[in-house]
Design a protein around this ligand. Structure first.
Ligand code: BG6
Length: 543
């Protein structure tokens, strides 16, 4: 193995110095002192490179692999963040050979690689490391063949027994694949024989029971320390920055509690519809697709206590603690505080679009929700009495993910009469797009009288940093290769999130059918959603 990824230093150079590569790649501008640890990487030193490894990608011909996983691997290779001795074994049912599969990835990279155009020399060296293994995921023979291939990879390509299994398949295949890996002993770590890890995509279960069942099946084969459950929101730069923002700065921490915070709003708005995922979405809906995972993860990061260390388990312990403190919803709470919706035809970003029931793969009488808004409470010392309003939907007017911390009014409103605009102070963390942080406060309008109006202080990633952010999948893939579980969800965490969501989905199954569709594509969801904060005398922020 003599060649390496193309880099500014030349294609055949060993990808060192690692620290500079990593710092450049993860977008940090200042040099870290030698002793600095990356606090979001469980104390691993930045100097560490992933070990030689065979990455086994299940579902390699699927959409997720093409759009996200393979482009992330290519980008890591391009940034010299994969070891030279890396092998990617792509598993799929389609009748490809290495060469036809490589052609297919090339097409995917031309469409989805973060840095365009695809560099020819980097592509050549990357493609050489990719092989295709055709097989039925239910068949024993597939795994026998896989085990043989991996031995050959250790022998011929120096992968040293290290294996990362990546499940990018439909969820129904997760448990069977795990069982098969166990059957052929591919999970087993023997001293000096390399490590074995498994990355599992979402959805992790479709309710509390199935998530527990899947956790049990996985635990029969892999130890928790080997399991990396993906919620790709945790890999987003701005989400990682939430921890930095909260715990690397002193000024906001004293305000981050019920004494000063009136309420919190978390919005994950999408302008896209269900695209070609109608059949998947029919079984999922907005609550399972986004609320149970991305939204609750954002809530956990906003509301958790500072962990004592940034060890993966210390961090996840705090997230689990705050999820446990989320007040369980009774049926009456669901009826009052949770609103679902489904889009009808309408206009989004100037284009006419079909209603959900007209989408490919969707039942024309579908009762699946494409929008959900909920009010949650957290019963702990920091947050008791502070509502958290969460909402997500497809075919909303724009793509925008934002966390808004809305502050209380001053205790004695000296200027009440003179506020021409009575907006409360607010901190908005813009997760995407237009990533940044906005602080809104009242200022005196210049003039002889006293008029107070809200003004903004705005930090934008794009203007403050001149580097591109890595894609969430690059960050997460690198972390899995480095053995850092901080940005992956633990078994108990996934179950807590399902516990929160369970009463919602149960109440809907038991209750009368919804009157869908109830919002036009391109609007901010059903009118009833306004009542979620409205009942408390509050309103959704206009984003
Ligand atoms: C996925 C959901 O987890 O997240 C999709 O299954 C959704 O329905 C997507 O579109 C949103 O991710 P992002 O990174 O575009 O905000």
């Amino acid at each position: 193995m003599t060649d390496g990824p193309a880099s500014p230093r030349g294609p055949r150079e060993r990808p060192l110095p690692i620290r500079e590569e990593r710092l450049a790649a993860i977008g940090r501008r200042r040099r870290a002192p030698r002793t600095e640890r990356n606090p979001l990487r469980a104390g691993l030193r930045l100097e560490r490179m992933p070990d030689p490894v065979a990455i086994v990608l299940f579902g390699a011909t699927g959409d997720l692999a093409h759009r996200k996983v393979l482009p992330a691997l290519y980008q890591l290779w391009r940034s010299a963040l994969l070891p030279l001795d890396v092998r990617i074994v792509a598993m799929g049912r389609r009748p490809y050979d290495d060469s036809t599969f490589r052609q297919e990835i090339r097409v995917a990279l031309d469409a989805h690689a973060r840095v365009q155009p695809v560099d020819e020399e980097t592509w050549r060296t990357f493609a050489e490391r990719v092989e295709y293994l055709r097989g039925d995921l239910d068949a024993d023979a597939t795994y026998d063949e896989l085990a043989a291939r991996l031995e050959a990879s250790d022998r011929d390509h120096g992968t040293r027994g290290n294996r990362l299994f990546y499940l990018a398949t439909p969820a129904s295949a997760f448990a069977p694949v795990v069982q098969q890996l166990g059957r052929v002993g591919l999970d087993r770590e023997v001293s000096g024989g390399g490590w074995r890890r498994i990355v599992i995509e979402k959805p992790f279960g479709r309710d509390l029971e199935s998530a527990k069942r899947l956790n049990r099946e996985v635990a029969k084969v892999f130890r928790e320390a080997q399991v990396y459950r993906i919620d790709h929101y945790l890999g987003k730069e701005t989400v990682r920055n939430l921890l930095v923002f909260r715990f690397a700065n002193l000024i906001f921490e004293p305000l981050w509690n019920r004494r000063y915070v009136d309420h919190v709003q978390i919005t994950v708005a999408e302008s896209i519809g269900v695209e070609r995922r109608g059949a998947f979405y029919e079984e999922t809906g907005a609550t399972r697709d986004i609320l149970q995972n991305h939204l609750l993860q954002l809530l956990a990061l906003v509301a958790m206590e500072p962990p004592a260390t940034f060890d993966a388990n210390a961090l996840r312990d705090e997230k689990v603690k705050v999820l446990r403190a989320v007040v369980p919803l009774a049926d009456a709470d669901v009826a009052r505080d949770v609103v679902r919706g489904q889009y009808a035809a309408g206009w989004v970003e100037g284009e006419p679009v079909a209603g959900y029931r007209e989408e490919e793969g969707v039942d024309p009488l579908s009762e699946t929700e494409t929008f959900v808004a909920a009010r949650l409470g957290i019963d702990d010392w920091r947050w008791a009495g502070v509502p958290f309003y969460l909402r997500t939907g497809k075919r909303l007017p724009k793509r925008a993910t934002e966390i808004a911390i809305v502050f209380r009014e001053v205790p004695h409103a000296l200027f009440r009469g003179s506020r021409s605009d009575p907006e409360p102070d607010l901190l908005a963390l813009r997760i995407q797009p237009d990533e940044g942080i906005l602080l809104r406060f009242g200022a005196k309008v210049p003039g002889l009288d006293v008029d107070v109006r809200a003004v903004n202080m705005d930090f934008g990633y794009g203007t403050s940093f001149s580097v591109d952010s890595p894609d969430a999948y690059e960050t997460l893939m690198l972390d899995a290769l480095l053995g850092d579980q901080s940005l992956f969800t633990r078994a108990d965490e996934v179950e807590e999130a399902w516990r929160i969501v369970r009463p919602i989905v149960d109440a809907w199954v038991a209750g009368p059918p919804p009157e869908f569709p109830d919002y036009a594509a391109g609007s901010w969801g059903p009118a009833a959603a306004d009542a979620v904060p409205g009942r408390d005398g509050r309103r959704w922020r206009r984003i």
